[in-house]
Design a protein around this ligand. Structure first.
Ligand code: ZN
Length: 157
Protein backbone atom coordinates (compact mmCIF):
# COMPACT_ATOMS: atom_id res chain seq x y z
CA UNK A 1 0.00 0.00 0.00
CA UNK A 2 1.14 3.55 -0.75
CA UNK A 3 0.66 6.34 1.78
CA UNK A 4 1.40 10.03 1.21
CA UNK A 5 1.92 12.72 3.85
CA UNK A 6 2.40 16.48 3.89
CA UNK A 7 4.27 18.60 6.41
CA UNK A 8 4.58 22.31 7.00
CA UNK A 9 6.69 24.23 9.52
CA UNK A 10 7.61 27.83 10.29
CA UNK A 11 9.97 29.33 12.85
CA UNK A 12 10.61 32.94 13.76
CA UNK A 13 14.22 34.05 13.15
CA UNK A 14 15.99 35.61 16.14
CA UNK A 15 19.52 36.76 16.89
CA UNK A 16 21.94 34.38 18.57
CA UNK A 17 20.55 31.07 17.31
CA UNK A 18 22.32 28.82 14.76
CA UNK A 19 20.48 28.62 11.43
CA UNK A 20 20.07 24.87 10.99
CA UNK A 21 18.14 23.73 7.93
CA UNK A 22 18.04 20.13 6.75
CA UNK A 23 20.85 19.35 9.20
CA UNK A 24 23.13 22.01 7.66
CA UNK A 25 24.46 24.81 9.85
CA UNK A 26 24.07 27.76 7.49
CA UNK A 27 26.26 30.75 8.45
CA UNK A 28 23.94 33.66 9.32
CA UNK A 29 23.37 36.14 12.14
CA UNK A 30 19.82 34.93 12.84
CA UNK A 31 18.42 31.48 13.54
CA UNK A 32 15.08 29.85 14.29
CA UNK A 33 13.52 30.29 17.71
CA UNK A 34 12.10 27.14 19.29
CA UNK A 35 12.40 24.30 21.75
CA UNK A 36 14.62 21.95 19.70
CA UNK A 37 17.27 23.09 17.22
CA UNK A 38 14.17 24.19 15.26
CA UNK A 39 15.23 22.78 11.90
CA UNK A 40 12.12 23.73 9.88
CA UNK A 41 12.95 21.38 7.00
CA UNK A 42 13.49 18.38 9.29
CA UNK A 43 10.27 19.26 11.13
CA UNK A 44 8.28 19.45 7.88
CA UNK A 45 9.64 16.01 6.86
CA UNK A 46 8.78 14.60 10.31
CA UNK A 47 5.20 15.87 9.95
CA UNK A 48 5.00 14.46 6.41
CA UNK A 49 6.04 10.98 7.60
CA UNK A 50 3.68 11.20 10.59
CA UNK A 51 0.95 12.43 8.24
CA UNK A 52 1.43 9.50 5.87
CA UNK A 53 1.05 7.19 8.86
CA UNK A 54 -1.90 9.22 10.28
CA UNK A 55 0.05 9.32 13.55
CA UNK A 56 -0.72 12.90 14.56
CA UNK A 57 1.94 15.59 14.37
CA UNK A 58 5.32 16.60 15.73
CA UNK A 59 3.76 18.29 18.79
CA UNK A 60 2.13 15.02 19.85
CA UNK A 61 5.37 13.01 19.64
CA UNK A 62 7.78 15.71 20.86
CA UNK A 63 5.91 17.97 23.32
CA UNK A 64 7.38 21.48 23.72
CA UNK A 65 7.83 21.15 27.46
CA UNK A 66 9.63 17.78 27.28
CA UNK A 67 13.23 18.35 28.50
CA UNK A 68 14.34 15.30 26.45
CA UNK A 69 13.90 17.34 23.26
CA UNK A 70 15.22 20.72 24.53
CA UNK A 71 17.65 22.02 21.85
CA UNK A 72 17.46 18.49 20.41
CA UNK A 73 18.98 17.67 17.05
CA UNK A 74 15.88 17.43 14.87
CA UNK A 75 17.46 14.57 12.93
CA UNK A 76 17.34 12.58 16.17
CA UNK A 77 13.60 13.29 16.21
CA UNK A 78 13.35 12.26 12.54
CA UNK A 79 15.16 8.98 13.30
CA UNK A 80 12.64 8.35 16.08
CA UNK A 81 9.78 8.84 13.59
CA UNK A 82 11.50 6.56 11.05
CA UNK A 83 11.60 3.80 13.68
CA UNK A 84 7.85 4.28 14.16
CA UNK A 85 7.38 4.06 10.37
CA UNK A 86 9.38 0.82 10.20
CA UNK A 87 7.40 -0.62 13.09
CA UNK A 88 4.28 0.06 11.01
CA UNK A 89 5.87 -1.87 8.12
CA UNK A 90 6.54 1.05 5.76
CA UNK A 91 9.57 2.47 3.96
CA UNK A 92 10.02 5.83 2.23
CA UNK A 93 9.77 5.97 -1.59
CA UNK A 94 10.64 9.61 -2.23
CA UNK A 95 10.52 13.01 -0.58
CA UNK A 96 10.08 16.50 -1.97
CA UNK A 97 10.50 19.70 0.02
CA UNK A 98 10.63 23.47 -0.35
CA UNK A 99 12.43 25.78 2.07
CA UNK A 100 11.30 29.41 2.17
CA UNK A 101 13.97 31.83 3.38
CA UNK A 102 14.72 35.36 2.25
CA UNK A 103 18.41 35.45 3.26
CA UNK A 104 20.97 33.94 2.94
CA UNK A 105 20.77 32.08 -0.37
CA UNK A 106 20.58 28.33 0.24
CA UNK A 107 21.49 26.99 -3.19
CA UNK A 108 25.04 25.96 -2.21
CA UNK A 109 23.69 24.02 0.81
CA UNK A 110 20.80 22.21 -0.89
CA UNK A 111 22.74 19.09 -1.92
CA UNK A 112 24.05 18.60 1.62
CA UNK A 113 20.46 18.90 2.93
CA UNK A 114 19.35 16.27 0.38
CA UNK A 115 22.22 14.01 1.43
CA UNK A 116 21.38 14.40 5.14
CA UNK A 117 17.70 13.62 4.56
CA UNK A 118 18.46 10.73 2.16
CA UNK A 119 20.65 9.10 4.82
CA UNK A 120 17.92 9.18 7.49
CA UNK A 121 15.07 8.33 5.10
CA UNK A 122 17.23 5.48 3.74
CA UNK A 123 16.82 6.73 0.19
CA UNK A 124 19.09 7.39 -2.72
CA UNK A 125 19.81 11.14 -3.01
CA UNK A 126 18.07 11.04 -6.41
CA UNK A 127 14.81 10.33 -4.54
CA UNK A 128 15.13 13.34 -2.23
CA UNK A 129 14.36 16.82 -3.56
CA UNK A 130 14.98 20.09 -1.71
CA UNK A 131 14.07 23.37 -3.36
CA UNK A 132 14.92 26.81 -1.97
CA UNK A 133 12.75 29.86 -2.53
CA UNK A 134 12.49 33.38 -1.15
CA UNK A 135 9.34 35.24 -0.16
CA UNK A 136 9.95 37.91 -2.83
CA UNK A 137 10.02 40.56 -0.10
CA UNK A 138 6.42 39.76 0.90
CA UNK A 139 5.01 38.23 4.13
CA UNK A 140 7.05 37.17 7.20
CA UNK A 141 9.52 35.11 5.14
CA UNK A 142 9.96 37.94 2.68
CA UNK A 143 10.66 40.40 5.50
CA UNK A 144 13.38 38.05 6.78
CA UNK A 145 11.46 37.33 9.99
CA UNK A 146 10.85 33.61 9.45
CA UNK A 147 12.06 30.39 7.90
CA UNK A 148 9.43 28.04 6.58
CA UNK A 149 9.41 24.61 4.95
CA UNK A 150 6.97 22.27 3.25
CA UNK A 151 7.54 18.59 2.60
CA UNK A 152 5.75 15.68 0.99
CA UNK A 153 6.86 12.10 1.62
CA UNK A 154 5.55 8.96 -0.10
CA UNK A 155 5.67 5.70 1.82
CA UNK A 156 5.15 2.14 0.70
CA UNK A 157 4.76 -1.09 2.64
ZN1 ZN B 1 9.52 23.32 13.86
Amino acid sequence: MLRIGIGNDTHRLVAGRPLIIGGVNVPYEFGPEGHSDSDALAHAVIDAVLGALAEGDIGVHFPDGDPQWKDANSFKMLRHVMRLMKKRGFHAVNADATVMLERPKLREHVDQMRENLAEVLQLNIASVSVKAKTGEGLDAVGRGEAVSAQAIVLLSD
